[in-house]
Design a protein around this ligand. Structure first.
Ligand code: FAQ
Length: 325
């Protein structure tokens, strides 16, 4: 008996879904050519592209200090870090492209203001100590969040994360070292370091996303083994990492209620001001407007490079076909 094509598709999808579920269950990787549910593909495109945009926009707060770094050595280190961030953006865009979205589409979503990127990059960097606080707190939070992502079920994302995390470790270290040096300096330098830590501490805690009971994507992303830990679990782990490091530096974490809880084996802390987080996500943070304006300008200024590269590729292809001498 002949099987109708519609039935064939249905049976095929069921089998494919089962094969997908088994791969996830056995903790194996989903690769670009494997069948995957549409919702899995969409959530990966959402998370990976937002992550890529965060790296690209994240170059701006530090880019602001490249020309004003206090020494040649500091300038070289900062330039290398910001270049790493551009590289991370590119790996992430490449990983997202394997899911069927183009680079152009992602860039349009970013510059039109439709796409999200991490709230943290909408804060300003008024002093050199902010470079230390970004490295220590922002890269520190990024590592805490991203090390588990090295085991994300989607192969290209997990593999990109391995290299990114290695580089983030150097970034975190350089931030720690900037603050350590300032804390060993004059009274004014110590005050500058403490003020930067005060500015970045709460926004860095918000990087992990809303509390678990207000995180619409977590449960499904954890079931698909994209995320391995919840937002609150990672935030708690991050605070636990910071406390001994703050002691070494001699900076105070700006939370009067931060206290070790023996019973929970974790730090108790003050509630986070989620109104601020939602304001930043709604485009009303200290630097949202400026970040997007700069990104649009850079995109427009780079148009000639993209056009020249496309034209060169076209000529190369013609040559290969023997049309042009
Ligand atoms: N900012 O349901 P959930 C870096 C959104 S890279 C803005 O919990 P999910 C390196 C979320 O997208 C930093 N939006 O979402 C560097 C969702 O919106 P949607 C970026 C946020 O995805 C260092 C909605 O809220 N890292 O720092 C934020 O399960 C120094 C509901 O939230 C990554 O992207 C936020 N903070 O969990 C560069 C890591 N939090 O899409 C330069 C990968 C949440 O439904 C200098 N991403 N939202 O409209 C992740 O791990 C996850 O996507 C989370 C959010 C944990 C960020």
């Amino acid at each position: 008996m002949m099987t109708a094509p519609a039935e064939l598709t249905l049976v095929g999808d069921e089998e494919a879904q089962q094969a997908f579920d088994e791969l996830i269950e056995r903790d194996q990787r989903i690769e670009p050519r494997d069948w995957m549910p549409d919702a899995y593909r969409k959530t990966l495109i959402r998370q990976i592209s937002q992550h890529g945009h965060s790296e690209i926009i994240g170059m701006q707060p530090e880019g602001n200090w490249i020309t004003r770094a206090p020494s040649l050595k500091r300038k070289a280190i900062l330039m290398a870090k910001v270049q790493d961030e551009a590289g991370h953006g590119l790996y992430l865009y490449s990983a997202a492209q394997t899911l069927g979205i183009s680079r152009e589409e992602m860039m349009q979503q970013l510059i039109s203001g439709k796409a999200k990127y991490s709230s943290i990059f909408n804060y300003t960097t008024p002093t050199w100590a902010d470079m230390g606080a970004i490295g220590w707190l922002v890269d520190g939070a990024a590592i805490c969040n991203q090390v588990p992502l090295c085991r994300a079920s989607y192969g290209p994302y997990g593999r990109a994360m391995v290299r990114i995390c290695k580089e983030e470790s150097f970034h975190q270290r350089q931030g720690f070292e900037i603050l350590l040096e300032l804390m060993a300096g004059t009274e004014a330098q110590r005050e500058m370091a403490q003020a930067a830590v005060n500015r970045w501490y709460w926004p860095a805690l918000m990087m992990f996303g809303p509390p678990d009971d207000e995180s619409p994507n977590s449960a499904q992303s954890m079931a698909w083994k994209i995320k391995r830990f919840s937002n609150d679990e990672l935030r708690q782990r991050f605070v636990g990492m910071l406390v001994p490091q703050a002691e070494v530096m001699g900076v105070t974490l700006p939370d009067p209620n931060l206290k070790w809880n023996e019973e929970r084996q974790a730090y108790d802390m003050s509630p986070i001001d989620w109104t601020e987080f939602h304001e930043v996500l709604a485009g009303r943070g200290p630097a949202n407007h400026e970040r997007l304006r700069r990104r649009r300008e850079a995109h427009e200024a780079g148009a000639w490079v993209r056009e020249a590269a496309a034209e060169y590729a076209r000529k190369q292809a013609e040559r290969a076909e023997g049309k042009v001498a």
